[in-house]
Write a protein that binds this ligand. Structure first.
Ligand SMILES: [Zn+2]
Length: 378
């Protein structure tokens, strides 16, 4: 079972500094988990992910169940070993992908029926099967199967999703082995009372940790923060809290202030591959012609291999001519940028100076970034 210690809670905000001890290693929170959907943080080796400072990654149950199959991974010694990471792994339950990727999804109380996006084969994800798959994978943290309807969500649909998510969480909890670190997922879309009732019913199950799902899907930021701020006070203070899919630095900072400990998002890796870097002064679209003759570092404040070794002009050239090294170097930087962001936050909480730190960070980071549907899958 996991052990979670809150080392310190900020006086001025609700920000917490914590230590999360998992079967495959220790994670310092607040943490950002790079996404390795298919068992690989795209373009990076596990050694490079370790060097970035990341202590845990997120892999996806839906994808790994379809290919190569959870039994094959189990026979290979479990997911951390199979992918050469040998550190903590959190697996998403696959519910989100069933809704967003698979065809012909039919959801009943029994489970979610879907057709694979790979070969059209038919499958049924039940709460019990999803727990069994994640146990076979050897996940350090397993997620309950939840119902996460696409945004925007009408109130009746959100109500039904909350009820089903609670029902499924109870079944997941009954099906799990005692040592499985199962997290419940609070749903309720953008309806405050549904968020609160969802949190209460999951907390009654006394799970090892709690996630907030179904946010950062295109709603306004102040709505996201309002929902998070209503849920965190209802969650037990001694359990880790995970806001799924929050990826913009300003959103992560806001959620940490509301008492969230864990984050994941495809933004640093996906944007790195498509040529957008997160830097101390905001976001850089590297293909932009204004970088053609820029012999400066991508981010002068960054200590990553990319920033120590290459100019913006060269990085732009790699993207313009389509060299594979370009996406790799930008991903390497972005993943490190997010780890530096979290390290900065942890140091600030330790010193009781989170407000000051976040004010300074955000002043420098004059990002025009706005959440979009394309960027916000979890
Ligand atoms: Zn860098």
């Amino acid at each position: 079972m996991l052990q979670f210690r809150v080392e310190k809670t900020e006086v001025a905000s609700r920000a917490r500094l914590g230590t999360l001890v998992l079967p495959n290693g220790t994670v310092h929170t607040p943490c950002f988990m790079p996404v390795g959907t298919q068992g690989s943080v795209k373009t990076l080796t596990p050694a490079e992910v370790v060097e970035s400072g990341a202590e845990i990654i997120v892999c996806n149950t839906y994808h790994l169940y379809l290919r190569p199959g959870h039994k094959r991974i189990q026979a290979a010694g479990g997911l951390p070993k199979f992918i050469g990471w040998n550190r903590p792994v959190l697996t998403d339950s696959g519910g989100f992908q069933v809704y967003s990727l698979a065809a012909l999804t039919r959801v009943t109380d029994e489970g979610a029926q879907f057709q694979s996006h790979v070969d059209g084969s038919r499958h049924l994800f039940t709460p019990e099967l999803v727990v069994e798959i994640q146990e076979a994978l050897g996940s350090d943290i397993a997620m309950c199967l939840d119902e996460c309807p696409p945004y925007p969500v009408s109130r009746p649909v959100a109500e039904a999703a909350v009820a089903r998510t609670s029902l499924w969480a109870e079944r997941c909890s009954r099906a799990r082995k005692p040592e499985t670190n199962l997290f419940g997922i609070v749903q309720g879309a953008t309806y405050a009372d549904l968020r609160e009732s969802s949190a209460r019913s999951l907390v009654a199950l006394d799970l090892p940790g709690y996630a907030i799902g179904g946010l950062c899907l295109g709603e306004a930021s102040d709505v996201t923060y309002d929902m998070v701020g209503r849920v965190t006070p209802l969650l037990p203070i001694d359990r880790p809290r995970y806001l799924m899919g929050a990826g913009y630095p300003e959103d992560i900072i806001a959620a940490v202030k509301l008492g969230v400990d864990m984050f994941d998002c495809v933004l640093p890796t996906r944007n790195g591959r498509t040529g957008t870097a997160f830097v101390s002064s905001g976001r850089v679209v590297i293909r932009n012609s204004r970088h053609s003759d820029d012999l400066g570092a991508l981010d002068p404040m960054c200590d990553c291999y990319t920033c120590r070794s290459f100019t913006r002009a060269y990085l732009r050239h790699l993207f313009v001519v389509g060299e594979a090294l370009g996406p790799k170097l930008l991903t390497l930087h972005n993943v490190r940028f997010y780890q530096r962001l979290m390290q900065g936050m942890r140091a600030a909480i330790e010193q009781g100076a989170f407000e000051n730190w976040s004010g300074e960070f955000l002043d420098r980071y004059r990002s025009s970034a706005q959440p979009t549907g394309e960027d916000s899958d979890r």
